[in-house]
Write a protein that binds this ligand. Structure first.
Ligand code: SF4
Length: 369
């Protein structure tokens, strides 16, 4: 039974109703446990848990320190291309936005890699739009071959691929793949992904299973917070995570919290999530899955990132550029996927981590160990 089958058995409306019906007693019961069920997760992300955020944060902080120590992993995205053959209503790279398209060549990738290495990064995330004709598997494999010897971890956030393609990249040293479903609501998904291969909800949904079958070490999940009701979306993602954890126990899993940001085009955030709710959500994920990597990007404000840092987060990006060539080749902000909010230098982020009593971790992985 695939996760698509599982998702098809879950009624969005019924799950939402059940979540919104949780009581303070349900939240207290969930807080009193050491292993939490879907019912507990529902209670922890429900509106009624709002007065319990402080208690959740204390437990989340303690659990995170127990499992991960006083460490924060650092990584940077390396945008290889902003070409995209899809229309996504919320994204600056959407095919219908008239921006200059750029696909980095080998020399340009080298310059970007030099800039990131000079900042100290050892973990990088290769990012592209979804344009298989100009940035397909062969292009990704060549970029990986070029970069893998220079960095301890090279991961990707690119178009979903077939299993043999993941196997090929995994054999070349690919560390992890982030493939966010964006939303688990089929109707909302269809509305926001009308054109291109991404319109195929089920192909995207099955990508983490293909990654698990291919033996990729880290698999990243996420929903775009703001597209629809974040609570029900995250509940569906919790089902996805449990499904994957039970089958691909050799892989490690991560969850990110991309809140929709201003970008090229005229998208307005449909159901924004507030700061307090984001804190609640991060703590709920930690209490639900103690070993889960929780990643926070520079989409968030610097002061907010600093306050979130001890509450459950384990991985931070820093000094990010969201356009191809943004570090050394082409500083044109018009090529950006979205605006970032934490524009601090790497040095400033490192100092903030240390000030909070944590150690910045540049490298925790060496292929061949
Ligand atoms: S979200 Fe991804 S697939 Fe959609 S337009 Fe942006 S880059 Fe392309």
């Amino acid at each position: 039974m695939s996760f698509t089958d599982t998702l098809n058995t879950l009624s969005w409306g019924a799950e939402r109703l059940s979540l919104m019906s949780k009581t303070a007693a349900d939240v207290e019961r969930a807080l009193g446990k050491t292993q939490r069920s879907f019912e507990d997760f529902k209670a922890l992300i429900s509106p009624v848990a709002r007065p319990y955020i402080e208690a959740m944060a204390q437990q989340s902080q303690a659990l995170t320190r127990q499992r991960f120590g006083l460490n924060q992993q650092l990584f940077a995205p390396l945008y290889l291309s902003n070409a995209c053959a899809n229309v996504c209503t919320y994204c600056g790279f959407s095919m219908d936005n008239h921006l200059r398209r750029k696909v980095l060549n080998e020399a340009e990738i080298d310059r970007e890699a030099n800039a990131l290495a000079a900042m100290g990064f050892q973990h990088i995330l290769l990012v592209t739009g979804e344009a298989p004709k100009v940035a397909g598997v062969d292009y990704l494999a060549a970029a990986l071959q070029q970069l893998q010897p220079r960095f301890a971890q090279v991961s990707m956030e690119v178009q979903p691929l077939d299993q043999p393609d993941y196997e090929r990249l995994q054999q070349q040293g690919l560390h992890g793949v982030l493939v966010y479903q964006e939303t688990y609501h089929r109707g909302v998904y269809a509305e926001h992904h009308p054109v291109g291969k991404k319109a195929d909800f089920d192909y995207r949904l099955a990508a983490p299973e293909r990654l698990g079958n291919a033996g990729v070490h880290k698999i990243g999940l996420g929903v775009l917070l703001g597209l629809t009701d974040w609570r029900t979306d995250c509940l569906m993602m919790a089902h996805h995570l449990r499904y994957l954890e039970q089958r691909y126990w050799r892989s490690k899993f991560s969850v990110a919290f991309p809140r929709l940001r201003p970008a090229e085009g005229d998208y307005h955030v449909a159901q924004p999530i507030g700061d307090a709710e984001l804190v609640q959500l991060i703590c709920a994920w930690r209490l639900f899955s103690p070993d889960l990597e929780l990643s926070l990007s520079t989409r968030e404000r610097a002061d907010f990132r600093d306050r979130l840092l001890p509450l459950g987060i384990t991985t931070l990006s820093a000094a990010s550029k969201t356009q191809p060539g943004g570090y050394a080749v082409d500083a044109d902000a018009a090529l950006e996927q979205f605006e970032i909010d934490d524009a601090r230098s790497v040095g400033d982020v490192v100092r903030a981590i240390q000030h909070a009593g944590y150690q910045p971790v540049w490298k925790d992985w060496q292929p061949g160990w």
